[in-house]
Design a protein around this ligand. Structure first.
Ligand code: NAD
Ligand code: ZN
Length: 360
């Protein structure tokens, strides 16, 4: 499958298919990547042993010069220290203005390598090869960043990839928990934009969990399409792009209170999306918004209730630190129907607190 992200002045393709990595060199040829300047492939310690040798071999057979860097797996690699290390390696390898940085991995590698591509010589070419389901979200849209000890994703840039290259075969080795966590963002894309897609996920959740390539290909295609549609209308998050934060205000607070180790991102936003559905129904959406949201998430193996030991005061405190909170009111993405949301700029903290209590 092929999909185009159209940003008006620029556009780029998302390729999704099984076994695509075998033909990677011909895709690079089509995009006119340089065979003189080195390509810089960044991967992590879980992904590199599985897929890096193949990617490197196929590119070298196609006449490309390849340099590789492998960072430790996990969120802690999204750091300024790791960024600097990669810049050092890029310099030592002689990357120049015609080089490209290639992210081979999940959202961590995508965000980190993307920031290297955005900063090196004020920006060089960038290609995403996502290997997680969650990365259908992070690889599309151009947000790249590393973390600061005081805040996530706070040092970053907008730097669009020139292609996203999704080989479904790479997803077969994903741990089950990562599969479920990634599906939470797929469900989110349905809930904010596309009723029929939500019904489809409802009916095909078993196939998705079993990593059926046909089903996965369709789900990622639809998920990327929604993200593309939203981003192409609002690249810099002035307004519409905020709807991509459905479930994320509560979700981020839960991740923080659970010390970023007990709950996966997808698990946290799953609970957050159920909270948003409750708020939606309270504000007049049909009851089915709550029922369908909860059912689809459960079918994808995701949690829909809060772990009981998490403290409501701490969760509210964490939410106050969220950048979406202003003067006693929160900007909240609220479902009005399945596949439809609105941006509510005056959500009261008390109302949210009551919902957090209900989620227990
Ligand atoms: P991740 O990159 O850490 O991958 C999850 C785990 O799976 C890691 O341990 C990784 O090594 C492993 N893994 C990856 N691919 C594998 C494969 N094919 N087989 C086996 N193991 C594999 O995490 P993620 O969930 O992909 O992404 C999370 C990151 O994405 C966060 O840092 C988040 O901030 C970022 N993000 C960014 C955006 C954006 O718009 N830029 C959007 C959403 C999330
Ligand atoms: Zn998310």
């Amino acid at each position: 499958r092929e999909l185009t992200i159209d940003l008006g002045d620029r556009s780029y393709p998302i390729y999704i298919g099984e076994g695509l990595l075998d033909q990677i060199a011909s895709y690079f040829d089509k995009h006119g990547l340089s065979k003189k300047s080195p390509l810089f492939i960044v991967s992590d310690s879980n992904v590199a042993p599985r897929f890096l040798p193949k990617v490197q071999q196929k590119l070298e057979e196609g006449g490309y010069r390849v340099v590789t860097a492998v960072v430790p797996s996990g969120e802690s690699s999204k750091s300024l220290a790791q960024f600097e290390q990669l810049i050092t390696e890029a310099l030592q390898a002689g990357l120049d203005r015609n080089s490209a940085v290639i992210a081979l991995g999940g959202g961590v590698v995508g965000d980190l390598a993307g920031y290297v591509a955005a900063a090196y010589m004020r920006g060089i070419r960038f290609i995403q090869i996502p290997t997680t389901i969650l990365a259908h979200d992070s690889s599309v849209g151009g947000k790249v960043a590393v973390n600061h000890p005081l805040a996530k994703n706070i040092i970053g840039a907008f730097h669009q990839p020139e292609m996203v290259f999704y080989d479904l075969a790479t997803l077969q080795t994903l741990p089950e928990r990562e599969v479920k966590s990634g599906l939470a963002e797929v469900v989110k894309h349905g809930l904010i934009w596309d009723t029929e897609f939500v019904d489809w996920i409802d009916a095909h959740a078993d196939k998705l969990l079993a990593l059926d390539a046909e089903a996965l290909g369709y789900a990622l295609y639809k998920g990327c399409s929604v993200k593309a549609a939203v981003v192409s209308q609002d690249e810099r998050e002035n307004d519409l792009r905020a709807i991509l934060n459905l479930g994320h205000t509560i979700g981020h607070a839960l991740e923080a209170v659970a010390n970023y180790n007990e709950l996966q991102h997808g698990e946290a936003i799953s609970i957050g999306m159920v909270g948003s559905a409750i708020l939606g129904v309270e504000l007049g959406a049909p009851q089915e918004v709550y029922e369908v949201t909860k059912r689809v998430l459960q079918r994808c193996g995701l949690p829909v209730r809060l772990p009981e030991h998490l403290d409501t005061d701490e969760i509210m405190e964490a939410m106050m630190h969220d950048k979406k909170f202003k003067e006693g009111h929160m900007v909240y993405i609220i479902p009005t129907a399945i596949g439809k949301v609105e941006i509510n700029k005056a959500m009261s903290a008390e109302r949210v607190r009551a919902v957090v209590e209900q989620l227990k």
